[in-house]
Design a protein around this ligand. Structure first.
Ligand code: GDP
Ligand code: ZN
Length: 369
């Protein structure tokens, strides 16, 4: 398997208009791009730095700035974006002037800025949620990942890594499958390279795959196994930027022999739960299904009469922990969206007030006041 070393030149690469080596480029994008003529070329963002993006353009990997006009309207290119570049060979500079329509969009609620949404990556078709046998295996955390992935629009696939360490991997797969619904659960060992073949149906030509999962579950090991020993990915590749200085960048986008694209990006790996209302519905589809029979349309499935979800839990059809997770995630979502509405500070105050009231109530009820 190879990376894009064949497309890299040093220094002022000449960009031509052949889109063959833009991984994931398709007819839809061709159409969107057809409005641009002249000095414009298409490209795909492979990594994002503060003010500069590394962009894979036809025939070259280039560093490109972001146009003032784009910044003004708050459009930020992210990893995976297909963009329109203004190429100026005479000055050797490139500028991203537009972002082509995104097929999928992976985002999270930004920390500390009032709960706004932050886009992390775009145009991911499939996301591998990597977990491992042992103490990392946590169904509740997997539900969170599923929610985030679903709301991005990408297809989730769960990988259970390190099966070489498990006594009974089949039982673990069954356990995960119980919360995963129709999402495939693939047991494998990245280290001993067993089970990797089962991933091939998820690497489709022109499609982009990325990995998420906690630190230590084996994502790096898996990527190295998938790419083969020949790809030197961590050493960094020296290139000349537009001013002729040497810069060192680490490859984050890989083209597999069949035309599938694999992205390994720190921002994607460390994704947190964001605004994911739609994702929750898909990750908890059995609850949503049952809810259609609740007596009240706005039933919260907590203590309402005629609640079909509570009945399903009582009848043992839906596990109690599933409903608890559902409540936890919907509460969190509600908190996040309220947070952005009325401001973090006030809400935190309300929370503490409520906690104080709860404590008083508790003390009263236990006679400790
Ligand atoms: P990351 O943080 O998710 O990128 O995890 P790494 O790829 O750095 O792996 C963390 C540790 O788990 C390393 O010591 C790996 O050698 C080990 N590891 C990864 N995959 C496997 C596996 O399939 N089996 C076993 N036994 N160890 C693994
Ligand atoms: Zn209900």
């Amino acid at each position: 398997m190879n990376n894009h070393s064949e497309t890299e030149g040093s220094g002022h690469n000449s960009v031509h208009s052949d889109t063959d080596n833009i991984p994931g480029w398709n007819e839809e994008l061709e159409l969107a791009f057809s409005f641009y003529k002249g000095p414009y070329v298409p490209g795909r963002v492979t990594s994002r730095h503060k003010t500069v993006c590394e962009v894979l353009a036809p025939g070259a990997v280039v560093q490109a700035g972001i146009s003032g006009a784009l910044q003004k309207i708050g459009k930020q290119p992210v990893v995976g974006d297909f963009v329109v570049l203004l190429d100026q060979p005479e000055t050797g500079s490139r500028m991203i002037v537009n972002i082509l329509p995104r097929r999928t969009c992976l985002s999270r609620g930004a920390a500390g800025d009032g709960g706004g949404e932050q886009v992390i990556a775009a145009n991911l078709d499939t996301i591998f949620i990597v977990t491992a046998t042992g103490k990392d295996l946590n169904l509740r955390r997997l539900e969170r990942y599923l929610t985030v992935v679903y709301s991005s629009g990408a297809n989730p696939v769960i990988l259970l890594n390190k099966i070489d360490l498990a006594d009974d991997p089949t039982r673990l797969v069954e356990k995960i499958q119980s919360i995963a619904g129709t999402v495939p659960v693939i047991p494998l060992s990245a280290l001993s390279k067993t089970g990797l073949d089962a991933l091939s149906p998820h690497f489709n030509p022109g499609e982009t795959v990325a990995l998420v999962g906690s630190s230590g579950v084996g994502k790096s090991t898996l990527i190295n196994s998938l790419l083969g020993e020949t790809v030197q990915r961590t050493g960094g590749i020296r290139e000349d930027d537009e001013k002729g200085r040497h810069t060192t960048t680490v490859r984050q986008m890989f083209l597999l022999p069949n035309g599938a694209v694999l992205i390994d990006n720190p921002g994607i790996r460390e994704i947190q739960l964001g605004d994911s209302a739609e994702g929750i519905e898909k990750a908890f589809s059995e609850i949503v299904d049952a809810a259609s029979n609740c007596k009240f349309k706005d039933c919260t499935h907590r203590d309402e009469p005629g609640c079909a979800v509570l009945k399903a839990v009582k009848d043992g059809i839906i596990p109690e922990e599933r409903l608890a997770s559902y409540h936890r995630l919907t509460d969190e979502l509600a908190f996040q969206s309220r947070k952005s509405e009325i401001g973090l500070k006030r809400l935190e105050k309300e929370r503490f007030k409520k906690i104080a009231v709860d404590i008083k109530k508790y003390k009263k009820s236990t006679g400790k006041l």
